[in-house]
Design a protein around this ligand. Structure first.
Ligand code: HEM
Length: 138
């Protein structure tokens, strides 16, 4: 059961991460779209649906992660460090969702260049998580 739980944990993590990596691309597109209300509306709707999907995927990955922790006694300092980085990733995801809502309502977004840098943050956080999970340095 341990390996099955881990397999599904990683599967739902992959699904959530797909949204974490892709949602900021919607922001860049929204910031660059200019005066094209139909395109803006379509991008905002797609972003909203993907954001909702991401919440469900995160919820399932989270429950499976907790199961690994509680039932299979996979714990240690590395897990606490990992959960801190996961919390940062979740904060990034939620900020992205807020900016999407703001853009959908016609509000201003950071510049496309800032958003491109913002887009790179999950990559660094993912490397940190994978390092903690595989090296278990403490
Ligand atoms: C949401 C809260 C999370 C909790 C409580 C949690 C907890 C855990 C635990 C206890 C394990 C088992 C480790 C082992 O048996 O060696 C695990 C495995 C793993 N977690 Fe998470 N995790 C969470 C989120 C994430 C996220 C967001 C990612 C990636 C971005 C992630 C990536 C992984 C990977 C790749 C493994 C498999 C390691 C292997 O192949 O042995 N987890 N997780």
């Amino acid at each position: 059961m341990y390996l099955w739980t881990k397999l599904f944990h990683v599967l739902f993590v992959i699904a959530w991460m797909a949204t974490v990596f892709y949602l900021p691309r919607f922001l860049v597109n929204l910031a660059e779209v200019g005066e094209q209300p139909a395109v803006r509306e379509r991008l905002a709707l797609m972003g909203k649906r993907l954001y909702r999907f991401g919440h469900v995927m995160f919820g399932i990955a989270f429950v499976l992660g907790l199961t690994l922790w509680m039932h299979f006694d996979r714990s240690g300092g590395w897990l606490h460090a990992k959960l801190t980085v996961v919390a940062l990733m979740l904060a990034h995801f939620i900020i992205t969702g807020r900016w999407l809502k703001r853009a959908a309502a016609g509000g201003a977004l950071p510049s496309p260049t800032t958003l491109r840098w913002y887009n790179e943050i999950p990559l660094l956080l993912t490397i940190a998580i994978l390092w903690l999970v595989y090296f278990k340095p403490f």
